[in-house]
Design a protein. Structure first.
Length: 445
């Protein structure tokens, strides 16, 4: 199936855009162009409706073209389109900060705004270093991430990230070490949180023994790894990381760019898994993906450490921030997005529907023996596909492309198909996507 027929793009236009996270050579031979989106569906150039099985890139839990967000954004553009920092502000950022803190675990109530998940990770890591320096422990500069972790595309994000393909081109990053991932043998086809793998947290003790806690600023992990393959934390694992960090005076950061605001059927991954970190990074769902925005929630003591600084009050406590931090249009979108999540009771909805979701995705086990594992939590799932020709992502790529042609958008990443439908999805839509996926997997077996 060719996708180019109705495109008006010239070759020069196609060549000009160096697309992110896309095989440019393949795309430009046969572009799959999205024209519009509403509710749970995209429309492509041929006018075909395509179900959004990953909520954008884990961004659009409310679906697309949400009237309340559209109106808030349109109104904001007309009222205040930009607002500078350096001692000036606008009301919506304070309202949104307070709104976000209501979604965060108790005590994580100081919100720093950024423009993306990558900037949020950068912010959390910089503040972690600065925090220890403020406390007279300036040698605490190293970071610990985790194998298969994804923390964005910045230099700091790839350094703590643990997906080899995202690192190898770029050489030296920040000094970071990695915990092993928790996708261990014996957990295959577990529904929800797996039993095996808690002991992987003990590796943190080895890293501390090697590098000494006096040199380590923070541990950063996604409570549920998203891009690395939808890896659900084993029971007790995050608790153990928390204990070890407490014992050794190391900050614990949860990267919740995917898991915050409902995806786990809870306000955060932290709430879902019952562990409170010292800082939470977020982005994506905060504005429903409509306007780029990220944020970091810090526990109050971290904020207070910087405020308790002496010197003239006009002095910047932290020389850090972005031109688009707390952008008024993003704040308006954020207030509307979080307002809709509450108003529509969507966190409860995800929670209520997740047992049926779990049953549906686990039916894929029977589709083919190339399905070697299925993982799920909340409204998220990862399906591991056996490699072919020694290329782990070849089959998932082929399956995802064929699914698009059948009218379903799902994501491939390494050896996994990722699924994360909008929070407003109906069971019939889930059934239809899973049936199509089962047929497609069979065909590629
Ligand atoms: N952290 C996590 C856990 C993510 O999933 C992502 C994006 N997929 C990022 C950070 C980076 O966010 P962004 O692409 O908005 O910079």
């Amino acid at each position: 199936m060719s996708h180019i027929a109705k495109s008006n793009l010239t070759q020069a236009q196609l060549d000009a855009h160096w697309m992110s996270y896309t095989g440019n050579r393949q795309f430009k031979k046969d572009p799959r162009i999205i024209v519009s989106a509403e509710g749970n569906y995209y429309t492509d150039l041929d006018g075909r409706k395509i179900f959004d099985g990953l909520s954008g890139l884990w961004t659009c839990g409310l679906g697309h073209s949400v009237p309340a967000i559209n109106e808030a954004v349109a109104q904001q553009v007309k009222t205040l389109d930009y607002s500078p920092a350096f001692q000036f502000g606008h009301e919506k950022s304070f309202q949104l900060a307070e709104q976000i803190s209501q979604f965060m675990p108790e005590g994580l109530n100081r919100i720093f705004f950024t423009g993306s998940g990558s900037e949020s990770v950068d912010t959390a890591l910089k503040i972690a270093r600065a925090y220890w320096r403020k406390k007279g422990m300036g040698t605490k500069t190293k970071f610990i991430g985790r194998a298969k972790g994804y923390h964005g595309a910045g230099i700091s994000g790839f350094s703590v990230g643990g997906i080899p393909a995202n690192r190898t081109l770029y050489g030296q990053g920040l000094e970071s070490y990695h915990l092993p991932h928790t996708q261990v043998a014996g957990n295959e086809f577990t529904k929800g949180m797996p039993d095996q793998g808690k002991e992987k947290a003990e590796e943190l003790l080895n890293l501390i023994a090697l590098h000494d806690a006096s040199n380590i600023a923070a541990v950063i992990v996604e409570p549920m790894s998203g891009s690395g393959g939808v890896i659900i934390p084993p029971k007790g694992y995050l608790q153990r990381l928390r204990e070890i960090c407490d014992q050794h005076n190391i900050l614990l950061i949860f990267d919740e760019v995917i898991t915050a605001f409902g995806r786990m059927g809870a306000k955060t991954g932290s709430e879902a898994f019952g562990v409170t970190p010292d800082a939470i990074t977020m982005a994506k769902q905060v504005t429903n993906g409509v306007i780029p925005m990220g944020a970091v929630a810090f526990k109050q003591e971290i904020y207070d450490t910087f405020m308790d600084t002496g010197g003239p009050e006009y002095m910047l406590e932290v020389p850090h921030g972005y031109t688009y931090s707390a952008h008024p249009i993003a704040c308006a979108a954020g207030l509307a997005s979080l307002g809709e999540i509450k108003k529509q009771g969507l966190i409860q909805r995800v929670n209520d529907m997740s047992p049926a979701w779990e049953n549906s995705v686990h039916q894929l086990k029977g589709a083919s023996d190339i399905v070697t594992d299925i993982r799920n939590y909340g409204f998220a799932a990862g399906i591991t596909i056996a490699p072919v020709d020694n290329e782990p992502s070849k089959r998932p790529f082929q399956i995802a492309m064929e699914m698009w042609d059948k009218g379903y958008y799902v994501r491939y990443g390494a050896d996994t198909i990722q699924l994360a439908p909008p929070f407003i999805t109906e069971q019939s839509e889930i059934d239809s996507m899973i049936n199509a996926l089962g047929d497609t997997i069979k065909k590629h077996s």
